[in-house]
Design a protein around this ligand. Structure first.
Ligand SMILES: *Cc1c(COP(=O)(O)O)cnc(C)c1O
Length: 356
């Protein structure tokens, strides 16, 4: 028998969640955001599962090329644009759309004759202060693009910092965006998953959901299940060893967990080299035979320990779910001090993946 860890990718969930996004914004076109290997789900596997989407948004031009080579002819937006002249040339050959976010990326578009014009998304900074022209420069940037034969179309874009926090919301950024762009009469796109779900005003010509497509909630205060989303990844393994502890015995590296009574623990074939977070501490939820129990002690490279004291039927070969259909990735992420995004993106290459 091989090492029992595997990641299951649920095609039905990916398709369902894309449908949830579509239903929220029936007047918009919906990019499936598939950067970072479709948030760890596998780019082509996810694309096949999503079915007929309006478009894809991705960061890595190599992924865009793989989508084209696999026959996907929908719009593909490069979220951070081309990083060089060579990438710009390739983007044009592949018929990609691309973000332009600063003077250098704008100048690259002006200093070249592309094989075919590209759709351009002008990224405007409305308060995130990461990438983007100051929103107030929108009219001047558009003016330059309108005179450029390499430009097939222009869309205006921004990204929100606090769409997932109702107390802070998107109002300030959205009004800065609208004030700077309203008179330009161009298509716009502003919404990530959180903004798409919570703010009807953010459902513009295009919306850009990522995390919700994978069945994880963009919010700390609202679960994926409450949003009607279905987990698209199950990380499962099995118990490969059992230890009986006496009060005072410790578990694992650093001996950070001490039994306060006689206990049974199970050793699971899953560690940080599989992508499980090392900073998940004692108490992080784990399912054994479908029953919720807790991780104990430090996660090591290839193994972690779980409390089987109240699971008399559990032992070697018992099924373990680290996260997935029955145990929300968001619950595990919260216990580990992170977010579902990071966990799903971190699944390691050594974990066999099964499309189901
Ligand atoms: C990643 C990304 C998204 C998707 O964000 P989610 O929070 O995963 O929905 C949308 N827009 C841009 C520009 C992004 O980089």
């Amino acid at each position: 028998m091989s090492r029992p860890i595997r990641a299951l990718i649920h095609a039905d969930a990916l398709r369902h969640n894309y449908g949830v996004a579509k239903a929220l914004a029936p007047q918009s076109r919906v990019f499936a955001v598939v950067k970072a290997d479709a948030y760890g789900h596998g780019l082509l596997r996810a694309a096949a599962a999503f079915g007929d989407v309006d478009g894809y948004a991705i960061l890595e031009i190599d992924g865009a090329r793989r989508l084209r080579e696999a026959g996907y002819n929908q719009p593909i937006l490069l979220l951070e644009g081309a990083f060089s002249v060579a990438e710009l040339q390739l983007a044009s050959e592949l018929g990609l759309w691309l973000a332009v976010h600063d003077d250098a990326s704008l100048a690259r578009l002006e200093g070249i004759v592309l094989p075919r014009p590209v759709g351009v998304f002008v990224k405007l900074n409305t308060g995130m202060n990461r990438l983007g022209f100051p929103a107030e420069a929108a009219a001047a940037v558009v003016e330059r693009l309108r005179g450029n034969a390499n430009v097939a179309s222009i869309t205006l874009m921004t990204h929100f910092a606090t769409a997932d926090e109702p107390a802070r919301g998107i109002a300030a950024q959205l009004s800065r965006f609208d004030a700077a762009t309203a008179m330009l009469s161009l298509p716009t796109t502003v919404a990530n998953s959180a903004a798409l779900v919570d703010y009807p005003a953010a459902r513009r010509d295009w919306v850009r959901p990522g995390i919700m497509l994978y069945g994880s909630s963009p919010f700390a205060h609202k679960s994926a299940a409450e949003l009607g989303l279905v987990p698209a990844m199950t990380l499962q393994s099995a118990i490969i060893g059992v230890q009986r502890l006496l009060a005072g015995d410790t578990v694992g590296y650093g001996a950070t967990f001490t039994a306060d009574r006689a206990m049974t623990i199970g050793i699971v074939a899953c560690g940080y080299a599989d992508g499980y977070p090392r900073h998940a501490g004692t108490g992080t939820p784990v399912l054994v035979n479908g029953v919720r129990t807790r991780l104990v002690g430090r996660v090591s490279m290839d193994m972690l320990a779980v409390d089987l004291s109240d699971l008399p039927g559990a032992g070697v070969d018992s099924a373990v779910e680290l996260w997935g259909r029955q145990l929300s990735i968001d619950d595990v992420a919260t216990a580990a001090g992170t977010i579902g995004y990071e966990l799903m993106c971190a699944i390691a290459p050594r974990v066999p993946v099964l499309a189901v």
